[in-house]
Design a protein around this ligand. Structure first.
Ligand code: AMP
Length: 283
């Protein structure tokens, strides 16, 4: 695995791989790599790509008072994990390389960014789109791999690639969970032992919602109430939202007709803000 923090070196390496007949698979991350990230890298590898992994804790996607400063930074362990998972190139730019002092240009997403996490994290998805667009221009991947864990993010990135006519395939990979169901997340490191136990309520709430739908409930309000009761077991916690939305448009689905819907939630436990989701096929 080659490692570089230099944009030109990254471009040279991917250009050489392309000339050698390889297609480029790209996995953008903020580090703190875990088995969820590894699954993306392994998928790109399985697809036969020359695999580029980036690690960049992107300041423009953090709001004031969010965890930019405390975000876990584990460069040695990340490099070992990226290599073991099959990365060919690890790209670790610094803030100056990505933004410089005067970089005021931003990529602003459309309405999709107003749903779910949007109102709770103003500017977050603009920061995500901006950094992902920059990284796409540097790496010029054929395919980029994102986790369903951040469902809204992948829907917004898909829309960005379509709207800006970027010739990049967006591949969505399934959520990797701990044995007790908690979705793997770098932010789980913020949880105390007690908070970690309570955090299992997120997955149980999703399962409860899915069960209600399976047993015939078609009123979203009722399903959401049942999910809220499970999340209350995690208290003290703060529920940002529990929503049932169309997985493509992220619009609320108050009545459940046939087809896929996404159950999504965001909950604050201690200092961690945790998100999770599940797609359910309504028969
Ligand atoms: P992050 O480093 O948190 O920005 O995440 C980088 C990529 O890894 C994103 O595409 C995430 O959706 C994905 N990811 C994070 N956690 C998981 C998980 N538990 N399962 C699958 N993908 C994940």
């Amino acid at each position: 695995m080659i490692t570089t923090s230099d944009i030109e070196a990254c471009r040279r390496t991917t250009d050489a791989a392309r000339r050698a007949g390889r297609t480029i698979g790209f996995v953008p991350t903020m580090g703190g790599l875990h088995a969820g990230h590894a699954s993306l890298i392994e998928r790109a590898r399985t697809d036969g790509r020359f695999v580029v992994v980036s690690i960049f804790v992107n300041p423009t996607q953090f709001g004031p008072g969010e965890d930019l400063q405390s975000y876990p930074r584990t460069p040695e362990a990340d490099a070992a994990r990226a290599k073991a998972s099959g990365a060919d190139l690890l790209f670790t730019p610094d803030g100056d390389a990505m933004y410089g002092a005067d970089a005021g240009t931003r990529v602003r997403p459309g309405r999709l960014a107003e749903a779910l996490c949007g109102p709770f994290r103003p500017g977050h998805f603009e920061g995500v789109c901006t950094v992902v667009a920059k990284l796409f221009h540097i790496v010029r991947p054929d395919a980029a791999y994102f986790g369903q864990k951040d469902a809204q993010q992948v829907v917004i990135v898909r829309a960005m690639v379509r709207d800006l006519r970027m010739p990049i395939e967006i591949v969505t990979c399934p959520i990797v969970r701990e044995p007790d169901g908690l979705a793997m997340s770098t932010r789980n490191a913020y949880l105390s032992a007690d908070e970690r136990r309570r955090a299992t309520a997120l997955y149980r709430a999703l399962q409860t919602g899915a069960e209600r739908i399976a047993s015939g409930e078609r009123r979203s309000g009722k399903v959401i109430s049942a999910m809220r009761r499970v999340l209350d077991e995690a208290s003290p916690c703060r529920i940002d939202y529990i929503a049932i939305v169309d997985p493509g448009t992220l619009e609320d689905r108050p009545e459940l007709g046939a087809g896929p819907v996404m159950l999504a939630l965001a909950v604050r436990i201690g200092s961690a803000r945790l998100i999770d989701n599940q797609i359910v096929d309504v028969p």
